[in-house]
Design a binder for this molecule. Structure first.
Ligand SMILES: Cc1cc2nc3c(=O)[nH]c(=O)nc-3n(C[C@H](O)[C@H](O)[C@H](O)COP(=O)(O)OP(=O)(O)OC[C@H]3O[C@@H](n4cnc5c(N)ncnc54)[C@H](O)[C@@H]3O)c2cc1C
Length: 501
């Protein structure tokens, strides 16, 4: 057993650890950072380009960020909030490109229109009302609406091709949408961290976390490279282990993790790389989830750009495996059950019928049934052009609720504890898109004095919208979108006028 002490240990080589480590380097370049990743490379789980849908979630097309109230009312608040969070990511990535920390932005972010497509009178009416409300908001000002199939066919020909003339349809389109390869972004951020002296330990699994009397953490790791078990002592630990975060936070013994459980659902997509189809489609087209279906079931037809190659994904379909990670173990789910989370998990099991019904119907769906769902969006789809691929595991968070006993949590949950010496992230959505917002939140909570006295100033230089928002400041919103579009799409040397063109 060997012991050394470092300032920061990042567990997991995904986009969250990469983002947090890079943010820390901006304000404390002298801090020692060690990264532990159980696989032989970084970004092989949820952050890998093929393991998520790559949507830069800005609520431009996802209806679940603007649900209709029981009385038919609509509020733009949640959609604006998600969009504001994504603008923080865009601004920070732009700064990193300008400073040479990230290179070739098109290797990780590409302009891809975000569309919503709905069928049926009621849904068309809802989409129109949603559009009327959003089009006056500065961050949504480029949104267009049409209920004319010919216009929609100009945007996405394959969605209209061979569709029954009797179908009542409508769509919105925002040209400012993006497709993001979070895997490529993660790899670039870790490469920067390594250049800046962070130590990367690949094929090294963290087994448990134990707090010492002096408030630091002993991180027990097992190397697959034959170094056996070692202990690294850290002043601050971030558990960015994705599906592996729950068991590690449980091992830490912090009271804040009590009552949390997780239920894994595999994401699957139909994929085609047939150039004839791929070249005719350029958008992320989100639909409406069936009544009662969970938010993660919203169907979408996505242009993807990974390693410079275009393909189309449709899904997600759901699968089940008790693994918390794609390369995890069947013991993950049963091994995570504790006396403190059993009650909330049973309660969720007894009340979340819509999720259970959705899961069972997904597991029983035949290939033809899956193709039928795709044909609601792409009527001309031929079975032979599409293959089913398994994406990442989502560990749906369940937590104790004082009133209901246990609830299902669809968002991301940041857990911090032990006087801010440990933080971890549970849950999936809106996920990677809002990594900058989430990780700035971790730093603010865990290092409140440093954050307010020094760090916030540095971060505001890198992320001008931080703390001020953009939607309420139309001129600033316009300037921010123009800057990030210029840097991320056209390159740092492009003149401002090029954006208009
Ligand atoms: C099907 C699907 C679709 C999604 N679509 C989108 C989308 O369109 N847009 C979006 O913004 N987000 C999306 N997400 C969410 C997004 O992918 C995640 O929020 C994000 O990638 C999580 O990053 P992470 O760094 O927390 O975890 P991960 O990328 O999963 O990284 C965790 C890492 O920790 C390692 N690890 C685990 N346990 C240990 C251990 N004990 N010791 C050492 N290492 C360990 C793993 O090997 C892995 O490399 C989607 C997720 C899924 C599953």
């Amino acid at each position: 057993m060997s012991t050394n002490t470092v300032d920061v240990v990042l567990i997991g080589g995904g986009v969250m650890s990469a983002t947090l480590g890079t943010l820390i380097k901006q304000v404390r370049p002298d801090w020692t950072i060690e990264v532990f990743e159980s696989r032989s490379e970084v970004a092989t789980e949820s952050s890998n380009g093929w393991n998520n849908a790559g949507t830069g979630h800005a609520a431009l097309c996802e209806l679940n960020y603007m649900p209709e109230g029981k009385d038919g009312s609509l509020s733009a608040d949640k959609a604006i909030n998600i969009n504001e969070q994504f603008q923080l990511s865009r601004e920070w990535w732009s700064t990193l490109v300008e400073r040479g920390i990230l290179s070739e932005p098109t290797s990780f972010i590409n302009p891809t229109p975000h569309m919503t497509f709905v069928r049926g009178e009621d849904n068309v009416d809802y989409l129109r009302r949603r559009y009327e409300l959003l089009k006056t908001e500065p961050l949504f000002s480029d949104m267009e609406f049409s209920d004319d199939p010919e216009k929609i066919a100009e945007w996405v020909p394959l969605v209209i091709d061979r569709r029954a003339k009797s179908d009542v349809v409508a769509a919105t389109r925002s040209e400012s949408g993006t497709d993001v390869d979070f895997g490529a972004l993660t790899r670039q951020l870790f490469a920067y961290l390594e250049r800046e002296g962070a130590k990367m330990h690949l094929e090294t699994e963290v087994q448990k976390l134990k707090r010492k009397a002096d408030g630091t953490w002993n991180v027990h790791v097992r190397s697959r490279n034959g170094y056996g078990t070692t202990v690294t002592n850290a002043k601050f630990v971030f558990v960015g282990a994705g599906g592996g975060a729950l068991p590690l936070l449980q091992s830490s013994g912090i009271p804040e993790i009590k009552g949390f459980g997780g239920f894994p659902i595999s994401g699957k997509f139909l994929k085609t790389s047939n150039p004839e189809i791929v070249e005719q489609h350029n958008a992320k087209v989100y639909g409406k989830a069936a009544v009662g279906a969970p938010p993660m079931s919203v169907p979408h037809l996505d242009t993807r750009i990974i390693d410079g190659k275009k393909s189309i994904l449709f899904g997600p379909y759901a699968g089940f495996s008790p693994n918390f990670l794609k390369k995890g173990s069947w013991w993950d789910l049963p091994g995570s059950i504790r006396a403190h989370n059993l009650g909330p998990m049973i309660k969720v099991g007894l009340t979340e019928f819509s999720l259970e019904k959705y899961l069972v119907s997904e597991l029983l769906a035949s290939r033809e049934k899956q193709m039928e769902t795709l044909r609601q969006y792409l009527p001309s789809a031929r079975t032979e052009d599409w293959e089913m691929v398994t994406a990442g595991q989502r560990v749906q968070v369940m937590k104790k609720d004082p009133k209901l006993g246990g609830i299902l949590q669809f968002g991301t949950e940041v857990i911090t504890g032990a006087e801010g010496s440990i933080a971890g992230l549970l849950g999936a959505s809106p996920g990677a898109s809002t990594a900058v917002h989430a990780m700035l939140g971790v730093l603010k909570t865990c290092f409140p004095d440093d954050y307010t006295s020094e760090w916030e100033k540095v971060f505001k230089e890198q992320v001008p919208a931080l703390g001020q928002g953009l939607n309420g400041r139309p001129e600033a919103a316009k300037a921010s979108l123009e800057r990030t579009t210029r840097v991320l799409q056209l390159g740092v040397d492009a003149p401002a006028e090029a954006v208009e063109a």
